[in-house]
Write a protein that binds this ligand. Structure first.
Ligand code: ZN
Length: 124
């Protein structure tokens, strides 16, 4: 065991159980880039939860940018769009909870994206 694994990569907490961020599918069911797997990072329970929120937020944000730019986007499907706004709502709720300061995500950023999503007309 090397010492890098003993502290959380984000908050530097030590002593608790750490988990390696599991790489699987992203929010839209696409496999993650293998490159990011070459440098595994270890997080405590709280940070890995927030890291997952950040990844979903980033995925949704990227697809929303494509949608607005008129490019092909996962969000052009109504039910996926719906699922994405629900997820954003969920993320915002978690970030609004007590002691849920995320080392990765700013609540106003999530709120802004959600607002943009809400006011966006879903192309059919
Ligand atoms: Zn941590």
């Amino acid at each position: 065991m090397d010492s890098l694994k003993e502290t959380c990569h984000a908050c530097r907490a030590s002593g608790g159980p750490l988990s390696r961020l599991s790489l699987g599918k992203d929010f839209f069911g696409r496999p993650y880039d293998r490159l990011s797997d070459q440098n595994p990072q270890w997080y405590c329970a709280s940070c890995s939860m927030h890291k997952n929120l950040q990844r979903d937020f980033r995925d949704i944000h990227a697809e929303f940018d494509k949608l607005r730019a008129g490019q092909g986007s996962e969000l052009s499907q109504g039910d996926t769009f719906q699922r994405a706004s629900l997820r954003l709502h969920e993320i915002l709720t978690i970030l609004s909870g007590p002691q849920q300061l995320s080392p990765f995500l700013q609540r106003p950023d999530v709120a802004r994206l959600m607002e943009q999503l809400t006011t966006c007309t879903v192309p059919v």
